[in-house]
Design a protein around this ligand. Structure first.
Ligand code: ZN
Length: 135
């Protein structure tokens, strides 16, 4: 598989406005977009950092994955997203290697991307998202 870059770092938050203000006004970074991802029950704000982004994640429902994360662990670092050239091939390769996945099939993520999460048990405690953006 070919990993192209760190696409973003996902950060779970209870309110989007204070961290947006910190990163834009405080650190001088640019707000690169905002959207609701229905499939994952989150509202996301992207803060651009060079070739990568911070992805601020606000759950739209408490029973979502991010909602449960906030409840048990509180705010903070949630996942690392790596952009791959071909997500179907990447998932197939990992499956063939016996790597435990959360998503056996890529699904829809923010920015029209296809995403698949690798289980943190397989990645030494780090939740890793693979994503492929439409060209
Ligand atoms: Zn993400």
């Amino acid at each position: 598989m070919k990993v192209k870059r760190i696409a973003h770092l996902g950060i779970a938050v209870k309110d989007l406005e204070p961290p947006k203000k910190l990163y834009t006004e405080g650190l001088g970074l640019k707000l690169a977009g905002e959207e609701v991802v229905e499939a994952q029950k989150v509202k996301v704000s992207f803060i651009q950092v060079g070739e990568s982004n911070l992805e601020l994640l606000l759950p739209t429902q408490p029973d979502s994955a991010v909602g449960k994360f906030l409840e048990t662990k509180g705010e903070g670092f949630h996942h690392l997203a790596l952009e791959v050239e071909d997500i179907h091939a990447a998932v197939a390769e990992l499956k063939a290697m016996g790597v435990r996945l959360i998503d056996e099939k890529p699904r829809e993520g923010a920015h029209g991307a296809l995403v698949a999460f690798i289980h943190p048990k397989a990645t030494f405690g780090l939740l890793v998202e693979l994503c492929q953006y439409p060209h």
